[in-house]
Ligand binder design. Structure first.
Ligand code: SF4
Ligand code: SF4
Length: 384
């Protein structure tokens, strides 16, 4: 995995999405000095390339001057090299000046839209869709790359075809995100997908996607098929993310990933102290991640997909172990296990069938009466 540093300039966010658990209206905003410290810390920390993602809350609350300086510092570092920049934002605060800056630094933006306006605004609040699409337009007009993240909930899963068609008709590339419970309260619970619902959603959307590979990209399927082909996870959820992903909060605190930012018990260190990896590994948070990894190695041992699933996301596993009064219960693998098994099995069954057909001299897909234009093998061989 590329070494991934997530910078969370604030947990504050102006929107009020109903299932969000990651924002904190009282959160402060990162001072540029923290970026200078990140830069100095990374010089001694690792010598491979770093991909930086600005995440939130809403990272654009940090403002133009912050990004102008931060991008320059991180790009021009003498010792470590940046492998790229990303930013995840609702784009409400994006203007032409920021867009030009992001274009200059080739920042790839992801923004969240949950499908057509009515579905999106029901989940994310009235006015969200128009404000985000306005920012999207400004970004595109200035040459910035933007893709979408669509969160599927217990409500929107029933509109999966409408949502898929919205992205297809507009030729918007997107990633799927399942609404899931969190460590920080229970407001997401009623929106969360069960593992079975999540698995069914993935299989249904994969089937649609196989008609449209020449029109849109759904990154999750590209990664799932590639991982299954090379037998190694290419998405953080399906790889051992521990240590290859770290997140920095507004005051320089270091956490295992953005999902833990703001939770004192998951602080691994602070960039002002320039900790080594060995230093971070002495934290309680690291111990908990290792407990997850050891548990996945043991409990998923017999699973056909262990090499490219790795027990799923440690955060989700920790949520399910600790959640609501179950503190001190033993660690679990990602409770979306059933969904992962379902989609990996679907991919592997389809690939085997295609392989058999082609070895019998039959062109995969069409000659079998399938109306799919593309195959799983097309996805497996696609460049990520
Ligand atoms: S904790 Fe989960 S979301 Fe965070 S980097 Fe690891 S796999 Fe990804
Ligand atoms: S699919 Fe389930 S059992 Fe298999 S590796 Fe993933 S979490 Fe473990």
């Amino acid at each position: 995995m590329t070494f991934h540093v997530m910078i969370v300039p604030t947990l504050n966010c102006p929107s009020n999405c109903k299932y969000c658990w990651g924002s904190d209206k009282k959160s402060k905003i990162m001072d540029i000095q923290v970026i200078r410290e990140i830069d100095k810390w990374l010089d001694e920390f690792r010598d491979d390339h770093v991909h930086f993602t600005f995440h939130g809350g809403e990272p654009l609350l940090a403002g133009y001057d912050f990004y102008k300086e931060a991008l320059s510092i991180l790009k021009n570092s003498k010792t470590h090299k940046e492998a790229g920049f990303s930013l995840q934002s609702n784009l409400w605060l994006l203007d032409e000046k920021l867009s030009k800056l992001f274009f200059e630094y080739n920042v790839a933006i992801s923004t969240s839209i949950d499908g057509p306006k009515e579905i999106n605004d029901y989940q994310r609040g009235k006015g969200y869709f128009d404000r985000t699409m306005k920012g999207y337009k400004i970004a595109i007009e200035n040459g910035v790359r933007v893709s979408f993240i669509s969160t599927f909930t217990s409500y929107s899963k029933d509109f999966k075809d409408e949502i898929y068609n919205f992205f297809l008709e507009n030729r918007y590339n997107f990633k799927l995100h399942a609404a899931l419970p969190s460590l920080r309260g229970n407001n997401a619970d009623k929106w969360a997908l069960t593992s079975q619902e999540h698995g069914e959603l993935l299989i249904g959307l994969l089937d649609s996607y196989l008609n449209d590979l020449d029109k849109i990209e759904i990154k999750d399927f590209d990664h799932i098929c590639k991982s299954s082909f090379i037998r190694h996870g290419t998405l953080c959820t399906f790889a051992d993310c521990m240590g290859d992903t770290l997140a920095i909060g507004w005051n320089g605190n270091i956490y295992p990933c953005y999902r833990f930012v703001g939770m004192d018990e998951y602080i691994m260190g602070n960039v002002y102290n320039h900790p080594s990896m060995e230093g971070l590994m002495k934290s309680e948070a690291w111990n908990e991640l290792m407990e997850f990894k050891d548990h996945a190695d043991e409990s998923c041992r017999e699973c056909d997909y262990i090499k490219f699933c790795r027990g799923g996301c440690p955060y989700n596993g920790i949520v399910s172990s600790k959640y609501r009064g179950k503190i001190n219960s033993s660690i679990s693998v990602d409770p979306q296990c059933e969904a992962y098994e379902m989609i990996f099995k679907e991919v592997s069954d389809r690939a085997n069938k295609e392989f058999l057909n082609s070895s019998l001299g039959m062109f995969p897909g069409k000659k079998q009466g399938s109306n799919k234009k593309f195959t799983i093998m097309d996805l497996m061989l696609k460049r990520l």
